[in-house]
Design a protein around this ligand. Structure first.
Ligand code: URA
Length: 190
């Protein structure tokens, strides 16, 4: 396991997959290094690729609103992605790309030691929770894995595409808020 500085340096220079050829920036992830909750998306989009920061485009603004609804701010949690470089045209990251990148995320999880991991969308849920995860049926359900509470929500981009999913996501957020109140110690409303 690498420390933060080593891990960051390695990610910045990474050429483990061909996404390195087309990226403008590696999107390492950001937030608290002692976060009790981590949010894991799919991969950087255009704005993220251009800025080097996760979830800063339209989906990111919606994620910020969702966090605010349950008194969370991004500084208090850690926000990352399954892959750290943008898949061209925002396609799903390929298995081979996820495989090349997952070690970085595992190292981040090992350093942060979160109590809760929220998968944003099916790509993260399939990879981190179980390989037959069905987001439509299983979003909002908790699964404990290696001492970490995990749940998946619809990806904010899916909510932008299909606003009819928003009420279900609101319920999931409330479920998350209840879990945070139950097991987390940081104060989230200051
Ligand atoms: N979508 C993602 O999955 N991750 C980001 O960082 C931005 C959009």
């Amino acid at each position: 396991m690498k420390n933060w500085d080593e891990l960051y340096a390695e990610c910045m220079d990474c050429r483990r997959c061909s996404l390195a050829d087309t990226r403008h920036n590696v999107v390492f992830g950001e937030g608290a290094r002692d976060a009790e909750a981590m949010f894991i998306g799919e991969g950087p989009g255009e704005q993220e690729d251009l800025t080097g920061r996760p979830f800063v485009g339209r989906a990111g603004q919606l994620l910020d609103d969702m966090l605010e609804m349950i008194d969370l701010r991004r500084e208090k949690v850690f926000i990352g992605n399954m892959v750290k470089c943008r898949p061209p045209g925002n396609r799903d990251p390929l298995n081979i790309e996820q495989e090349a990148c997952i070690g970085y995320l595992r190292n981040q999880v090992a350093l942060i030691r979160p109590k809760i991991i929220v998968c944003l969308g099916r790509i993260a849920a399939i990879r981190l929770m179980k390989d037959d995860f069905k987001i439509t049926r299983e979003h909002g359900q908790w699964m404990e894995k290696a001492g970490v509470w995990m749940m998946a929500m619809f990806h904010p981009s899916a909510l932008l595409r299909d606003p009819s999913k928003r009420p279900e996501s609101f319920v999931d957020l409330k479920t998350l808020q209840a879990k945070i109140r139950e097991i987390c110690t940081h104060t989230y409303n200051d």
